[in-house]
Design a protein around this ligand. Structure first.
Ligand code: SGN
Ligand code: CA
Length: 524
């Protein structure tokens, strides 16, 4: 018997049939597949209008559903984003503010637990990164920490096992295996597929190494940003042009005897080369056959200055996009499984990332800032039967909205203390809106790698007001209608005085609504 085919008739979801003759309560709730990648950004997806990105399977999700053009995170970093997503609450409320010393309190309320109470079977496979043991899942199989690209360790029920293969394939294999094992279960399911890709240092599967080698990527026009009027932006350490982006670790220009600045990533505890330590001989052979001529050319050409900076940008883009290729292929594999098993029409498929990423804008890689490329995150959904909404959705949405949305879809109550809002109304009809004036953001991880200072801010769909605090006290204002690349800080421009007063008032209201204690430290 196929998974849930009790509820399907000849591939047509019973939802639509039941919908005509029974109340919503009697309908079988939808299955949910939530695919979250790591550091995948809108600028690396064809469906977001970036033609150099060949992502047919992701584009299919968007084409058969909806694409959010104003999708954001609450705190642009892995662990914090995951905690926001699971709880539907901002970082100060769920307790996981940063990757360094936060620990997720697994006894707190999360949407998987509430879905279990509502009769769902739940599972998570892939990156977890919250340090505590997952709770609220009938099945979990997680990567150890950030996980490795090749032959990674997975942890389940206290056992750590090395699995042979490339991480994106393995996470997909395990996800499909779980679906297959549970296909006779009468409960609806919620499966979280959490990929490691495309996290630094962007290592592609060996079968995809040739992809994108011939593509010349367009250099962002603010690649040589001088950060005038933006102190925090000037002091970051995520610059492609400098040693922040390492030639050996990030761009794989390794030769025996060469040292990487990022030594901690370079030699593993057992003395193996950190970059390639987990690869087997066969993987290493294919890898070396690809990179050796590139390495030889690079050292022979002795590039300097702008030439070197732009070469680094091109290599970064190539490695990143090659890594996306495997992700897209594997999303295709999962879609094919669902299709073959009559599950497409009774499953909501959500694709997102833990945050966006800089692809050379402002000269950067990494994330953290409330500036657009890393504050935003991709969000596309394939719509099942009964959900008529299609195309672009421009409402302001944030990753704290996922939990209440899934609970709403399941027909479960949304607890009062959840801070996000359900997206179900806008998924149902284009006549509905999110009824939200502005979004709140707060980033905490400083001092830390990449040196992005602590900041919080508000975005109302046009204006963005940010306060960088702690060891500085600097405000920034952007008008995204006239300055979408956020290059001109208008905070000290007298013409914007009234707008600033209004935004500060709204920021204060959000801090009160969400109960962020930062308001006591920096009263507005
Ligand atoms: C690692 C990376 C950083 C990255 C953080 C957080 N360095 O520390 O570049 O910002 O993860 O990323 S590395 O040298 O180890 O690659 S997150 O997505 O997990 O938050
Ligand atoms: Ca991430």
């Amino acid at each position: 018997m196929k998974l849930n085919n009790l509820y399907t008739l000849g591939g047509i979801s019973a939802l639509s049939i039941l919908g005509a003759c029974s109340s919503a309560k009697e309908e079988k709730p939808l299955n949910i597949i939530y695919i979250m990648t790591d550091d995948h950004t809108q600028q690396a997806m064809g469906c977001y209008g970036y033609d150099y990105a060949n992502t047919p399977n992701l584009d299919r999700i968007a084409n058969e559903g909806v694409i959010f053009t104003n999708s954001y995170v609450a705190n642009s970093l892995s662990g914090p984003s995951r905690a926001c997503m699971l709880t539907g609450k901002h970082s100060h409320a769920n307790g996981f503010t940063n990757n360094i010393d936060s620990y997720f309190d697994g006894s707190q309320q999360t949407f998987p637990k509430l879905l279990q109470n509502a009769g769902y079977q739940t599972a998570i496979i892939g990156k977890w990164h919250l340090h505590s043991v997952p709770t609220g899942f009938d099945h979990w199989e997680i990567l150890n920490g950030q996980g490795e690209y090749f032959n990674p360790q997975f942890i389940t029920n206290g056992d750590t096992t090395v699995c042979d293969g490339y991480v994106t394939n393995l996470i997909t294999d395990k996800s499909i295996a779980w679906l297959e094992e549970n296909k006779d279960n009468e409960k609806p399911f919620c499966l979280l597929v959490h990929h490691k890709a495309i996290h630094r240092n962007w290592m592609a599967d060996t079968c995809n190494l040739d992809a994108y080698e011939d593509v010349v990527f367009p250099l962002p026009d603010n690649f040589y940003d001088d950060y005038e009027g933006r102190v925090a932006a000037k002091e970051q350490e995520m610059d492609i042009k400098t040693n922040d982006m390492d030639l050996i670790y990030d761009l794989k220009m390794y030769r025996p005897g060469l040292e990487s600045r990022l030594r901690q990533n370079y030699i593993t505890d057992d003395g193996k080369h950190g970059l390639y330590g987990t690869m087997n001989e066969e993987q290493r052979k294919v890898w070396d056959a690809h990179y050796t001529p590139i390495i030889n050319d690079f050292y022979a050409s002795n590039l300097k200055g702008k030439e070197l900076a732009e070469w680094k940008y091109q290599r970064y883009m190539k490695d990143y996009m090659k890594t996306v290729k495997s992700l897209d292929d594997n999303v295709g594999r999962l879609l094919a499984y669902l299709e073959e098993n009559d599950l497409l029409e009774n499953t909501l498929i959500v694709y997102t990332s833990d945050q966006g990423f800089y692809m050379g804008e402002h000269g950067w890689f990494d994330k953290r800032f409330m500036y657009n490329e890393s504050f935003s995150t991709p969000l596309i959904m394939r719509m099942p039967n009964g959900y008529e909404r299609r195309g672009e959705i421009s409402d302001l949405v944030q990753n704290i909205d996922y939990a209440p949305t899934f609970l709403d879809i399941a027909g479960a109550d949304i607890p009062e203390d959840i801070q996000g809002k359900s997206m179900l109304p806008i998924l149902k009809s284009e006549n509905n809106t999110m009824e939200r004036k502005a979004l709140y953001y707060h980033f905490y991880e400083y001092p830390a790698e990449h040196a992005v200072k602590k900041h919080y801010g508000i975005y109302d769909g046009r204006y963005k007001l940010i306060h960088f605090y702690d060891d500085i006290d600097v405000w920034e204002l952007y008008d995204r209608a006239t300055d979408p690349k956020e290059m001109t800080n208008l905070y000290n421009n007298p013409e914007y005085k009234d707008i600033i007063i209004k935004l500060k008032q709204e920021l204060k209201e959000l801090q009160i609504e969400y109960n962020d204690p930062i308001l006591e430290q920096y009263p507005l």
